[in-house]
Design a protein around this ligand. Structure first.
Ligand code: ADP
Ligand code: TRP
Length: 320
């Protein structure tokens, strides 16, 4: 199978991004033809400072490589190094109904909040469709909130194929059902927009503090507690195996354990999971030429894959 996913460089990596999208996308590299890219054109819709955009783009490259992306197995590139994608976005925009984009949540949410929206944000799903269709991806691992965009991609691919002849593979989204929505420290969906994230590569002090401020109910130490409604337990489950989850759930139910203890266990799990990746990230940080060479090689490999598809679409539409 051919698999593609991307992430916007628009903030610091948090465990919502990692467990819902990054980890599943990286795991697929073992058995599939994998493409992962840094969606820096997409993040232009929110990040307007060029220096910040550059810095966040490098962060994503380091994050992915530190978390296990293997450039020998995965084609890893920066979206803006493959401008063929933007040409395909134009070709797709020709057949995109306005109504389809008006129903998309990012745009709708902004309008509902009374914020000014621009054409880039409105056309965002068309660019995402181009990312996916350009490499003829079959499977797209994303978090729940991106499912709608993959649906738009499918609609556009079906319409293009019907109008101009079979050109694009119809992709499917792949959602990790066990981690569909990861709660933040306040219990809402973890998101950098809500300032409720647990960062992965931030300072240890800050991360520990975020874990310690996870919202819980007001039960006392002795009270029996319900693991199924607890934000700390929901996050612990991401790291622990079944026996460990069962063990902690039993301690919740029998009482005598405070939420502070559960938070300490979560912090210990966090540390043992991410500290090897933290060390790898520091090595990469000291070897930026290598990181740059991975991205430029990835861009060349992506272009090789994309060019024949783009040529077919151009011919089908009468441009060549
Ligand atoms: P954020 O919401 O922090 O801005 P992004 O929108 O950049 O994060 O999300 C990047 C990827 O991570 C997407 O595939 C998204 O669905 C996934 N994701 C982000 N936060 C969560 C969460 N709390 N639960 C599940 N998936 C998430
Ligand atoms: N819109 C995605 C997000 O915010 C990022 C993205 C852009 C993407 N193009 C993509 C994800 C193509 C998967 C496939 O998370």
């Amino acid at each position: 199978m051919r698999v593609l996913s991307g992430i916007q460089p628009s903030g610091k990596l948090h465990i919502g991004n990692y467990f819902a999208m990054m980890k599943p996308a990286i795991q697929l590299q073992e058995e599939h033809e994998a493409y992962i890219f840094i969606a820096n054109y997409h993040s232009q819709t929110t990040v307007r400072d060029p220096n910040v955009l550059r810095e966040l783009t490098l962060d994503v490259a380091l994050d992915f490589m530190a978390c296990g992306l293997d450039p020998a197995q995965t084609v890893f590139y920066r979206q803006s190094d493959v401008p063929q994608v933007t040409e395909l976005a134009w070709l797709l925009s020709i057949i995109t109904p306005m109504g389809l984009l008006e129903r998309c949540h990012a745009y709708k949410d902004k309008i509902a909040k009374g914020l000014p929206a621009d054409h880039g944000l409105f056309a965002y799903p068309v660019l995402m469709a181009a990312d996916i269709l350009a490499v003829q991806s079959q499977l797209v691992p994303v978090g729940q909130d991106q499912k709608q965009h993959v649906e738009v991609t499918r609609d556009l691919a079906l319409k293009f194929n019907a109008n101009y002849g079979e050109t694009f593979t119809i992709p499917e989204s792949m959602i990790q059902s066990d981690v569909a929505v990861i709660p933040g420290v306040d219990g809402q969906k973890m998101s950098k927009s809500y300032d409720n994230t647990i960062e992965i590569f931030g300072s240890k002090k800050k991360i520990r503090k975020s874990i310690m401020r996870i919202l819980t109910d007001s039960k006392t130490m002795d009270d029996p507690k319900d693991p199924d409604t607890c934000n700390v337990f929901a996050l612990y489950k991401l790291f622990a195996n079944q026996d460990e989850c069962q063990g902690l759930a039993d301690r919740y139910r029998s009482g005598g354990m405070g939420y502070g203890d559960a938070k300490k266990e979560l912090w210990a799990k966090f540390e043992s999971h991410f500290s090897p990746m933290r060390a790898k990230r520091e090595d990469l940080q000291n070897n930026l030429d290598y990181v740059e060479s991975v991205l430029s090689d990835g861009a060349e490999r992506a272009k090789e894959k994309i060019t024949p598809t783009l040529d077919s679409a151009r011919i089908a539409m009468g441009l060549a």
